[in-house]
Design a protein around this ligand. Structure first.
Ligand code: PFF
Length: 455
């Protein structure tokens, strides 16, 4: 796409993105993350291959895009952080609670995300020193468990990961987030394509390709629909304020519809390529596929150990994991930083230090819950699982619901149309804007409520 210059929002004096490409890579950076690499490929394989991909794409483009526009509308119209936005758009109301929930949502996700980010640094270091190819298979089985349950090393890497995140965010939108995501995102796509090409050309890769793409509608159940929708929310970074926050730095001349659609296309494309990078290799080596940390930190190292050129590919893969986690965590930290900075009148540097210190503590709890704190449970869950469950099962959906209710019922049709069409300067088909508003007002809240009740 063209690197069209955005007008900087000089009126408000806020830092802002300088080009359409900058906005796109930042949003795609937030969306592309661990969800694409360790969850999407497995969900596809287990839920009917192409049948799942089809359902997922329908959810993303019919339901989730209008929710994304809603977050975009709130952020760009108000040009404020997730809490301040509601003070501008609905003064004197209680809608600010959506902002608080968004901050808490970001807090829960980053608390475990930064721990996994730390693990990916350790595994990148192991890959660089060819640890996987040197060790025996039995070693690789225990390596991960030994590492995450040890008290010091994961904490150190967690701190390093947070530091990297903070360094980007401290530099601001233009000079930090936009600048670094512009470098990292194209590299990320290039590298995952390299691994995918190697994986699908392995002998025996066909079984993995069949696992991913053979349509099997008999595997589609109500649970499949719930999984697809939950994954779509998490993967597109809906419901935790990142889109609202990034949108507040986007110029009034940017096309919200196009930008959101491109983000969804980039995220879904990356997820499918990640599937092609991982599953054919897993099957080629006769290993049964799993998901989550086990897939990435146990199964894949075993495969790299046996694969021709595996040592090099392991370095590329763990670098991808690190970058994907980093571009997502940057967006999460920015939600909290923008909130602290504007609502408590802090300097950016102070807000980053305070925000990161909070994550330092919550992340340490999550990390230690894999070892010394594994017996400490809240509502029957360790800290790591608690942050994960709270965000996925409560905050993301609740914030998503409140956002569409706010935009559909409180902000109202005239304001929504005004934002979608940039005050009438963009000519969008009437059926499209009408349908979008209908989804925001009725379909999206109803569907989210169904997930919350049955999910
Ligand atoms: N979209 C990220 C992923 O798929 O891993 C996770 C995520 C990042 C969720 C940022 C929410 C967010 F604000």
């Amino acid at each position: 796409m063209s690197a069209k210059k955005s007008q900087s929002s000089g009126v408000t004096g806020r830092d802002s993105f300088t080009s359409s490409f900058g906005v796109l890579v930042a949003l795609a950076g937030s969306a592309v993350g661990l969800g694409n690499l360790w969850r999407f490929p497995y969900l596809v394989g287990e839920n009917g291959g192409a049948a799942f991909i089809f359902i997922y794409i329908v959810f993303v483009f019919i339901l989730c895009l209008p929710i994304m526009y809603s977050e975009f509308i709130i952020g760009r119209r108000s040009q404020k952080n997730v809490f301040g936005a509601f003070k501008v758009l609905a003064p004197g109301s209680k809608w600010g609670i959506v902002g608080i929930f968004s901050v808490l949502s970001a807090l829960c996700i980053l608390s475990f995300y930064s721990v996994v980010g730390g693990w990916s640094i350790e595994y990148l270091a192991k890959a660089i020193t060819f640890d996987f190819t040197r060790g025996s298979e039995a070693n690789l089985d225990t390596m991960f468990g030994d590492f995450v349950s040890s008290p010091i090393k994961p904490l150190v890497w967690h701190v390093v990961f947070l530091l990297l995140t903070a360094l980007v965010v401290i530099a601001g939108i233009k000079k930090g987030i936009e600048r670094y995501t512009k470098m990292m995102m194209p590299l990320l796509f290039l590298m995952i394509i390299v691994i995918a090409v190697r994986s699908v050309t392995l002998e025996g890769a066909k079984e993995g390709i069949t696992y991913l793409f053979k349509p099997d509608f008999s595997k589609v159940t109500f649970d499949t629909l719930l999984s697809a929708l939950g994954q779509a929310f998490f993967s597109l970074s809906i419901g935790c304020g990142t889109i609202m926050t990034y949108a507040s730095y986007v110029s009034k001349s940017e096309n919200i519809v196009k930008m959101s659609a491109l983000t969804a296309v980039a995220d879904t494309t990356f997820a499918i390529i990640a599937g092609c990078a991982i599953m054919p290799a897993v099957f080629a080596f006769g290993i049964s596929p799993g998901e989550g940390p086990g897939l990435v930190f146990i199964t894949l190292p075993k495969i790299f150990a046996q694969m021709p050129l595996g040592g090099i590919l392991a370095i590329v893969f763990f670098f991808i994991l690190l970058i994907a986690a980093l571009t997502s965590s940057i967006s999460l930290l920015e939600v909290v930083v923008a909130y602290l900075k504007e609502e408590f009148k802090m300097k950016r540097t102070t807000a980053v230090i305070i925000g990161s210190s909070i994550f330092l503590v919550t992340g340490c709890l999550a990390s230690l819950s894999m070892g010394v704190l594994s017996d400490v449970k809240i509502f029957g869950k360790t800290f790591f699982d608690l942050f994960d469950t709270l965000s996925s099962d409560f905050f993301l959906t609740t914030c998503g619901l409140l956002v569409v209710l706010f935009v559909g019922w409180r902000l109202g049709k005239a304001n929504v149309m005004d934002e979608l069409t940039n005050s009438g300067t963009l000519k969008l088909p009437k059926w499209f804007t009408e349908m979008t508003f209908f989804i925001i007002r009725f379909v999206a809240p109803a569907t989210i409520l169904v997930i919350m009740i049955f999910g």
